[in-house]
Design a protein around this ligand. Structure first.
Ligand SMILES: Nc1ncnc2c1ncn2[C@@H]1O[C@H](COP(=O)(O)OP(=O)(O)OP(=O)(O)O)[C@@H](O)[C@H]1O
Ligand SMILES: [Mg+2]
Length: 344
C-alpha cells in the first residue's frame, strides 16, 4: 500500500497555446488536510478538475491509493468534488440533492435516509432539508453542497473554494466546522482557496500555485517564515514580506516580516512613518526607507504618528539572491548583525 493518498506525476494542461499548469508533481498524504493556495486564474480549479477527470490532463499520471487512475472513467473514480459554483440541482429539495450521489450508486433506501440525515445534522441543515434549494440562503446552499460531497464516503474530497460565497462571520464558523468534519471523518481533503487565512487555519500542508507553477509546498509556518522566493514572500502574509537591497550587493535582498523588527533609539535603519494600521495590540507602521521604492512595514507596541522619524533594527531575516531564498536566519540568530544596520 502506498503511504500517499494521491500522487500527481508531471501533469500538464494547456488550452490551445495557453499553458494552464505544467509539470505539477505533488504527493498528498493519507488523512491530510491539504490546501492549494493561489491567486485568481492560476489554474486551481482546472487542477482539481484534472484529478476528478472532468478535464483530463494532456500528460502525466494521477495515482490514487497506489493505483493509476489517469484513464479511469470519471464515474469510477472514488472522488467527491464540491464545485466553486455549488452546482446544486434546482427544483429539488436539499434532501434530494444530498441523496443524489447515493441514489446514483444504488444504495439501499433506508441507508440513504440514515446517511442524508446524519450528514445534514452534522452540518446543521437538518431543519431546512425538505426545502427546495432555490428557497434557502447562500450559506445553507453551500452546506447542502458540502453535505452532498461528504455523504458518499469517497476515497478523497476535493473542495473548490467552498467558503468563498459566505459572509465573513459564517465563513469563520464554517471554516472551524470544516476542520472538525475532516478530523472526524479522518479523510484526505484537498481544499482550494485564494484566501491565505483559510490556508493558515485549515492546512496540514499548503501548496502555493502561481500561474500554473507550484512555487512551494510545506506547512503554513514554513512558507510564512521561509518563502522560497520573493513572489511567495510577497503573496503570503497579511502584509507582504519586506525586501531591502543589501548595501554592497545589487543582486541580494534581505527579506523580513514586520514582526521581525524592533524600534531603537539610535542606529539601525532610519525610517519615516507614512501610515499606521492597528491590529489588536500591535501597530503596523508603514515607513519610507531610503533606497526602498515600497514602504517597509514594521511593528510597534507604542503608537507613532504619521511623519514621525524612527530607527529600527531587523532581528531576524532571510537572504535572497536574484529573488531566490539562499539563507535562512532563525530566531536563534536573533543577535545576528545586519548588513543594513549602520555601524556606530
Ligand atoms: N475551458 C477553458 N478554455 C480555455 N481556457 C480556460 C478554460 N477553463 C479555464 N481556462 C483558463 O485557465 C486559467 C485558469 O483557470 P482556473 O479556473 O483553473 O483558475 P482558478 O485558479 O481556479 O481561478 P479562480 O481563483 O478565479 O477560481 C484561466 O486563465 C482561465 O481563463
Ligand atoms: Mg477556481
Amino acid at each position: 500500500m502506498s503511504e500517499y493518498k494521491l500522487e500527481l506525476v508531471d501533469i500538464s494542461k494547456s488550452y490551445g497555446k495557453k499553458v494552464i499548469f505544467e509539470n505539477i508533481n505533488l504527493k498528498i498524504k493519507k488523512g491530510e488536510f491539504f490546501v492549494i493556495l493561489g491567486p485568481s486564474g492560476t489554474g486551481k480549479s482546472t487542477l482539481l478538475k484534472a484529478i476528478t477527470g472532468t478535464v483530463p490532463p494532456d500528460s502525466g499520471k494521477i495515482i490514487l491509493d497506489g493505483n493509476d487512475i489517469t484513464d479511469t472513467p470519471i464515474n469510477r473514480r472514488d472522488i467527491a468534488m464540491m464545485f466553486q459554483s455549488y452546482a446544486l440541482y434546482p427544483n429539488m429539495s436539499a434532501y434530494d440533492n444530498i441523496a443524489f450521489p447515493l441514489r446514483m450508486h444504488h444504495i439501499d433506501k433506508k441507508e440513504i435516509d440514515r446517511r442524508v440525515r446524519s450528514t445534514a445534522k452534522m452540518l446543521k441543515i437538518n431543519d431546512i432539508i425538505d426545502f427546495n434549494v432555490t428557497k434557502i440562503s447562500g450559506g445553507q446552499k453551500q452546506r447542502v453542497a458540502l453535505a452532498r460531497a461528504i455523504v458518499r464516503h469517497p476515497a478523497i474530497f476535493l473542495l473548490d473554494e467552498p467558503l468563498s460565497n459566505l459572509d465573513a462571520r459564517i465563513r469563520y464558523t464554517t471554516r472551524e466546522e470544516l476542520k472538525n468534519i475532516q478530523r472526524m471523518l479522518k479523510q484526505t481533503f484537498i481544499h482550494v482557496t485564494h484566501d491565505q487565512s483559510e490556508a493558515r487555519v485549515l492546512a496540514d500542508r499548503v501548496a502555493v500555485l502561481n500561474e500554473g507553477k507550484l512555487e512551494q509546498v510545506g506547512t503554513f509556518d514554513e512558507i510564512y517564515n521561509y518563502p522560497v522566493n520573493t513572489w511567495v514572500g510577497d503573496f503570503v502574509g497579511t502584509f507582504p514580506m519586506n525586501f531591502l537591497q543589501e548595501a554592497r550587493n545589487k543582486t541580494r535582498q534581505i527579506g523580513f516580516r514586520p514582526e521581525w523588527t524592533r524600534i531603537t533609539k539610535k542606529g539601525g535603519i532610519n525610517a519615516k512613518v507614512l501610515s499606521v494600521e492597528n491590529i489588536s495590540n500591535t501597530a503596523f507602521l508603514f515607513c519610507s526607507v531610503p533606497g526602498s521604492a515600497k514602504p517597509v512595514v514594521i511593528t510597534s507596541r507604542r503608537q507613532y504618528s504619521v511623519g514621525d522619524k524612527i530607527n529600527f533594527r531587523i532581528s531576524r531575516f532571510n537572504v535572497y539572491e536574484k529573488g531566490r531564498l539562499v539563507r535562512k536566519t532563525g530566531t536563534a540568530a536573533k543577535k545576528a548583525r545586519h548588513p543594513l544596520h549602520k555601524t556606530r
